[in-house]
Ligand binder design. Structure first.
Ligand code: GDP
Ligand code: MG
Length: 226
């Protein structure tokens, strides 16, 4: 497969300590690597450019809006979304896009439940996050008669024409479940690939559960039911 066939979209906000490694590794899998920057106050943009990524800024609405910017700007036929914090390994990309290349799926979602996670376990906040995520996944499974094990991981691949047809609206990380639900609703095929989630190398997650849980429940019900 030609390298530019694939566009890798990396949302990043204040990730100067990991962005070089992620971009450099992603460049081994595609010539079209873009960082969508969330107005970082550190050197994320400069470092990403130096490492050969195209850099665009989001509109300060959140990671979901950043991914939508990536979909608009991408040149490849297949899009890969991967985090900038070191939680995902770019060397898993060939395995993640394989079902799309083989023609057996339009969307590949990755599962930490099957590949293991260093981030999902260990304290009460993580426990709540995992239970919430499992309940959301169960709802998706019974609504669409599928058997996914993860609906929240930020590492996924999707055909660009399909992503554009989904009319994605979510501005925050709820875009992950929105992408999955709308893919299934439109009758496209989702394949799940196990990947390991590593602990973010530095800093803290942008997700504060007490602030966003209602938005998860609301968007889950909205897209599942209507
Ligand atoms: N462009 C952009 N990237 C973001 C924003 N918020 C988070 N990110 C990036 O999205 C990825 C996932 O964020 P993270 O806080 O680790 O969430 P978690 O992995 O779900 O806990 C990381 O690469 C962040 O730098 C944002 O508002 N804009
Ligand atoms: Mg993270």
């Amino acid at each position: 497969m030609e390298k530019h066939y694939l566009t890798i979209v990396i949302p990043a906000r204040n990730e100067e300590r990991t962005i070089a490694e992620i971009v450099t590794k992603c460049k081994q899998h595609s010539d079209d690597v873009m960082v969508i920057d969330g107005h970082s106050q550190d050197k994320t943009r400069e470092i990403a450019k130096k490492c050969g990524a195209k850099v665009y800024m989001d509109h300060s609405k959140g990671k979901g809006e950043a991914l939508r910017c990536g979909i608009e700007k991408a040149q490849g036929e297949i899009l890969v979304f991967i985090d900038a914090d070191g939680s995902h390994d770019p060397d898993d990309i060939p395995r993640v896009i394989q079902p799309i290349i083989a023609g057996s799926a339009e969307h590949v979602s990755t599962s930490r439940m099957r590949g293991g996670s260093d981030e999902l376990h260990g304290d009460f906040g993580k426990f709540l996050r995992m239970i919430g995520s499992d309940i959301i996944t169960l709802g998706i499974n019974y609504r669409f008669n599928v058997r996914l094990t993860d609906s929240q991981n930020g590492f996924r691949a999707i055909k660009k024409d399909v992503a554009k047809k989904l009319s994605l609206r979510e501005n925050i990380t709820t875009i992950e479940q929105e992408m999955i639900i709308k893919t299934l609703k439109k009758g496209y095929r989702i394949f799940e690939v196990p990947v390991h989630e590593f602990k973010r190398k530095y800093g803290e997650s942008c997700i504060v559960l007490s602030r966003v849980w209602l938005r998860y429940v609301f968007s889950w019900l909205k897209y599942l039911l209507f």
